[in-house]
Design a protein around this ligand. Structure first.
Ligand code: FAD
Length: 372
């Protein structure tokens, strides 16, 4: 029997596998397509803070950014490229946000070099910008490295049964704890209050004679170049979904859009697209990630009835699936949030350290039940 079984080997599942294997737990991780085959395989995997004025999500991502930069540098230094980030405002609203951010952030701000500023298009150069130390990770290699001390099984998980104090998975494997890290794909445990939205993204690796030493973000994210190759990525298409689309995604159109948007920011010369990556990233409906125990909606309603209709129902009174957890909904910050959330989940499972109600799945149950 495994101490923990994880379904989904994207950055969320891989981070959980790493946390548990690091404390000598017996870990199995399943993926129906392979490690980093979903949104994580497509990601540009920039490690950056969220530039906004205020709010819980900004604060959470700030803490995760500081934590994850240190985490990747300490544990996987070869898979992290530390690079200065130059974030350029897209429009007036963005510009106001950056001005506010600069005055209020505790992060150390940098002045971009003249060389980098001169490589921008005149329009981009005229916009408000901010620069600080950040990084980019090698998305696929990072997920693989994090899964190294776990057993990986290439299998789609279709059944989960709780029997006699353990979870039986696909009628074959058994584990004390199960973590669902299935991204924007169909959920295995169908609870009506859990809703995720998948946003389609496309990243290209290009060969170019343009040297780009920084990560440059404006309409798309452009990575620093290495050996004449750089990555351009964006999650931009909210309408396309691979499981419901009637036509396949047009790669050429996507490439053209990414290149056109990148060329509004930097002058790219002698471009040759050498690789495409596409995938869905999953976000929650309040944009905060989802991590923690899953509420059993039917049982909770039966047991608590009208007590659930108060303004702030007591989450301690809800009925939860035994030893079943979820980590998901990281939006465009999967590589920033995952190590931080996985540590949180490990401390909750192994030591009972409470997870904030603002990120636990129970918040969605409380809202859903009131609307019924
Ligand atoms: C183009 C693009 C660019 C991005 N850029 C960045 C960036 O710069 N920085 C950043 O931090 N984030 C970025 N993101 C977001 C980031 O990629 C996601 O937040 C992150 O990948 C989510 O990871 P995950 O593990 O939750 O999901 P996924 O990576 O989608 O993993 C879920 C896995 O679960 C598996 N699975 C699902 N159901 C089952 C089942 N029943 N049985 C077995 N396996 C199953 C799937 O095969 C999949 O591999 C980007 C995303 C995209 C698409």
């Amino acid at each position: 029997m495994y101490d923990i079984a994880i379904v989904g080997a994207g950055i969320n599942g891989a981070s959980v596998a790493y946390e548990f294997a690091s404390v000598n737990k017996k870990v199995v991780i399943f993926d129906m397509q392979g490690v980093a085959s979903g949104g994580s395989g497509a990601a540009g995997a920039f490690i950056s803070p969220k530039f906004s004025k205020a709010g819980e999500l900004k604060e959470l991502i700030h803490d995760a950014f500081v934590y994850s930069m240190e985490f990747y540098e300490k544990n996987f230094p070869k898979l992290l490229t530390k690079a200065q980030l130059l974030h350029i405002a897209k429009d007036e609203i963005d510009s106001e946000i950056l001005k506010y951010y600069k005055v209020h952030t505790t992060l150390e701000l940098k002045t971009p070099s003249d060389e980098v500023l001169n490589s921008l298009t005149p329009h981009a150069k005229a916009q408000e910008h901010i620069s600080l130390d950040a990084g980019v990770v090698n998305a696929q290699a990072m997920c693989k490295a994090m899964c190294e001390n776990a057993r990986f099984v290439n299998e789609k998980i279709e059944s989960l049964e709780y029997d006699d104090g353990m979870w039986v998975i696909n009628e074959t494997y058994s584990a004390k704890n199960v973590v669902l890290a299935t991204g924007a794909y169909e959920q295995i445990i169908k609870e009506p209050y859990i809703k995720l939205r998948g946003v389609w993204g496309h990243r290209i690796d290009i060969k170019t004679t343009t040297e780009n030493p920084y990560s440059v973000h404006q309409n798309v994210s452009i990575s620093p170049s290495s050996d004449g190759v750089l990555a351009i990525g964006a999650t931009h298409n909210v309408h396309y979904h691979p499981q419901t689309a009637t036509e396949s995604y047009d790669l050429n159109e996507g490439r053209a859009e990414l290149l056109e948007k990148a060329s509004r920011t930097i002058n790219l010369e002698d471009v040759e697209v050498i690789k495409d990556y596409t995938g869905l990233r999953s976000g929650s409906f309040d944009y905060m990630p989802i991590v923690g125990s899953l509420v059993m909606s039917g049982e909770t309603i039966m047991a608590s009835g009208n007590r659930l209709r108060v303004k702030k129902p007591n989450v301690e009174e809800f009925s939860y699936y035994p030893n079943l957890y979820m980590i998901n909904g990281n939006g465009g910050y999967g590589f920033v949030l995952a190590p931080y959330l996985a540590k949180m989940l490990k401390e909750y499972i192994l030591s009972g350290k409470k997870i904030s109600d603002r990120v636990s799945p129970a918040r969605f149950f409380a809202r859903w039940v009131k609307k019924r």
